[in-house]
Design a protein around this ligand. Structure first.
Ligand code: SIN
Length: 314
């Protein structure tokens, strides 16, 4: 057997001992939850998407697991950006990067938050969420290419830390080209592909009802079901974006094989959402072991040796 494979990677100039870490969403809202990520094998700590002020989010039930994944309409429940800014100092104890997710409810909110984060060196990078499908009356910015450009123009006038964006899933090939054309015009450090598939509907046939309360049952779909969509988005943006923009894969990662597929499509790191919710922070060690074993069996010493090297059949 060849020597153990390294899962190390670099995102936004920060070294991560493992390319696996949490998606912004499950169990990253409170200091205790963030501490648990810090104490786990996750390569980084990513906060829940922060708004300007604390939010209770949507009415419950708002998260339900299914045999194939999950549906959620959380509605950005979070403690407000000041809380996650304050947590940055505490995160340093874990010796791994602390990334802060920002999801202002308006362009002005985003700018105010970004300005307030400036000069906080304990925030390694910002993940700007352009893709939450769950706030009633607030469309997903990532589906509006002109608005995405307008917002990024304003953001890059003020941002201090490296900044990446979390994108919604795209499905039509021209839409990948249109979003890539926007992103390539900015000094973006990474893109995270993908947020949940917005506005699915899960039906309980016994009760003849929807399963979550907000938005008459409509919510973001995550888990196994979305892996092919996530892989397609990782692959497309890997081929369309500048080489210096890292791709972070997110969607349908339950095993080391799933993470391997994301990296093969071009991901430099892989986030875990639904499976983290199911299994808890132990998922990072288990999936890391599985990924490392698979890499060893295939003779890959590190993720760069197979990243993006997906073969086509022609
Ligand atoms: C939520 O809080 O509704 C989920 C966050 C997201 O999908 O961006």
């Amino acid at each position: 057997m060849p020597p153990a494979a390294s899962l190390a990677t670099t995102i936004a100039g920060s070294p991560l001992a493992s390319c696996l870490y949490n998606a912004s969403g499950p169990v990253c809202s409170t200091a205790d939850e963030l501490d648990a990520l810090g104490g786990s094998d996750a390569g980084a700590i990513l906060s829940k998407s922060a708004t300007l002020e604390k939010r209770a989010g949507n009415p419950e039930p708002r998260y339900v697991e299914t045999s194939w994944g999950s549906i959620n309409s959380m509605g950005l429940p979070n403690e407000g950006y000041r809380y996650y800014l304050d947590y940055a100092r505490r995160a340093q104890a874990f010796g791994k990067p602390y990334f802060m997710s920002v999801s202002g409810l308006s362009h002005d909110d985003n700018i105010d938050i970004i300005k307030a984060l400036a000069r906080e060196e304990a925030i390694s990078a910002i993940e700007l969420n352009l893709s939450c499908p769950n706030v009633p009356g607030k469309p997903q910015t990532g589906y509006d290419f002109d608005q995405s450009r307008v917002l990024l123009e304003r953001i890059f006038e003020h941002v201090d830390q490296p900044l990446g964006v979390k994108l919604p899933p795209y499905f039509d090939l021209p839409h990948f080209d249109m979003m890539a054309a926007v992103l390539n015009d900015f000094p973006i450090a990474f893109v995270t592909c993908v947020n949940s598939i917005g506005n699915g509907l899960v039906v309980d046939t016994d009760t003849e009802s929807v399963v979550i309360k907000p938005k008459s049952g409509f919510g973001g779909i995550g888990g196994d079901f979305i892996k092919p969509t996530a892989l397609a988005n990782v692959r497309k943006f890997y081929t369309l974006l500048r080489e210096d923009i890292a791709i972070i894969g997110c969607g349908g990662v339950k095993t080391g094989t799933d993470a391997f597929e994301h990296i093969l499509c071009g991901a430099s790191a892989v986030q875990i959402g639904t499976q983290l919710m199911r299994e808890g922070v132990g998922c990072f060690a288990r999936i890391g072991r599985e990924l490392s074993t698979l890499m060893q069996e295939k003779g890959y010493p590190d993720i760069d040796s197979f990243k993006g090297k997906l073969k086509s059949l022609d």
